[in-house]
Design a protein around this ligand. Sequence first.
Ligand SMILES: C=C(CC[C@@H](C)[C@H]1CC[C@H]2C3=CC[C@H]4[C@H](C)[C@@H](O)CC[C@]4(C)[C@H]3CC[C@]12C)C(C)C
Ligand SMILES: C[S@@+](CC[C@H](N)C(=O)[O-])C[C@H]1O[C@@H](n2cnc3c(N)ncnc32)[C@H](O)[C@@H]1O
Length: 389
Amino acid sequence: MESLDKLSDSIRDVLDRAVELSKDNKTVVSAVGAGAVVLGAYWLLRPSKDKKKPSASQLTGGSIGREKVKKEFDDYAKSYGTEAGAGIIERSKTTELVDTFYNLVTDIYEWGWGQSFHFSPRLPGKDWASSEAAHEARLAALLKLGPGKKCLDVGCGVGGPMRTIASTSGAHVTGITINDYQVARGVYHNTRLGLQNLCQPTQGNFLNMPFENEIFDAAYAIEATCHANKLEEVYGEVFRVLKPGSYFASYEWVATKEYDPNNPEHVRIMDEINFGNGLPEMRTYKEAEAAGKHVGFELVNSIDIATASPVAGPWYGRLKWLRDSHLISVNRALVSIVSALHIAPHGMHDVHEMLVKVSLSLVQGGESGVFSPMHLLLFKKPEATSKKQ
Ligand SMILES: C=C(CC[C@@H](C)[C@H]1CC[C@H]2C3=CC[C@H]4[C@H](C)[C@@H](O)CC[C@]4(C)[C@H]3CC[C@]12C)C(C)C
Ligand SMILES: C[S@@+](CC[C@H](N)C(=O)[O-])C[C@H]1O[C@@H](n2cnc3c(N)ncnc32)[C@H](O)[C@@H]1O
């Protein structure tokens, strides 16, 4: 905060100088312009008092101490192979790397996107927030959630979807995330909104969940299981904790049927998506369907929501809009300022640059049709369980 005080002092100096200069008619226009730019920067950087949403001057490395952010980011970057299609080299380290990834990006996501860390199609006449809520509420309807039901959110982030799903349906939602910083953020938002009795985030590994067998009435995952080394491992755990006869719905990140593994451009897009999003590798929707069946689920429905509606706008439209309206450039400038002033931890600038780059790859994946972040799979655990080992 000391650096912010210094920033305020410098702004005051610049404004004083602008007043001086304005006495000279020739420079009045540029002085007022400079003052407006500085005031604008101050407005965008000012810390939010309640941290409901971090501002650029409040970006942290999550649970990573600020002095370690740069090293953790460099180690993360080195963990991806350079050969086409390589993904994470040491797969046994995936969960640890994903935890690091979320320490590094969680504040940036909340600052620049919101509390729901996923995409949604844009509904005609609706803004992005309503379209996002509808995408989440679809799951509550599919899973037939209602008061008294106990539902699991597999990979819950800071709980944006959990809050929509619990408050639209009345069901209780337990979330699991690998990242303890996200748990703290989730608890903070739930308490602030009076939802702490219906929404409960927990820290844990979804490949080995800290829950008893057959305790949940339903489960969903939103753009989260793509982080698992093997889909069978996470699906197997969901199968174990679900009551027989109940449903699991997942929006999966997949390579679509347009994807050609022999097309170097397609492979490049997927490699960039994997790196910028903490994924070990990309699966096809067919592999995801097969993984669910392999652990004992019945496949009830498999549909790519990205292409399902002829009237909804594309899921990557919001990223395109951020780019075309130059908001991403504004964010870049703000992150450069807070980094240069040592307000943000050293390394935050690199993390932000990684996200700038991946936003382009995601749009390319969407426009070319080779990638979807929302292939909906609806699975049912049979009444008489027959889990294959
Ligand atoms: C499901 C996952 C995350 C999906 C999305 C929520 C995020 C994917 C890319 C992210 C972003 C890219 C660009 C950032 C921008 C440069 C910055 O200024 C503000 C935040 C971004 C818009 C950021 C927001 C979240 C994403 C859209 C993965 C991880 C499985
Ligand atoms: C892109 S975020 C999506 C979060 C949330 N579903 C949403 O839409 O806002 C992916 C989530 O999966 C979680 N995750 C990834 N790997 C995990 C693991 N092995 N165990 C538990 N959670 C994991 C991350 O911590 C993060 O919360």
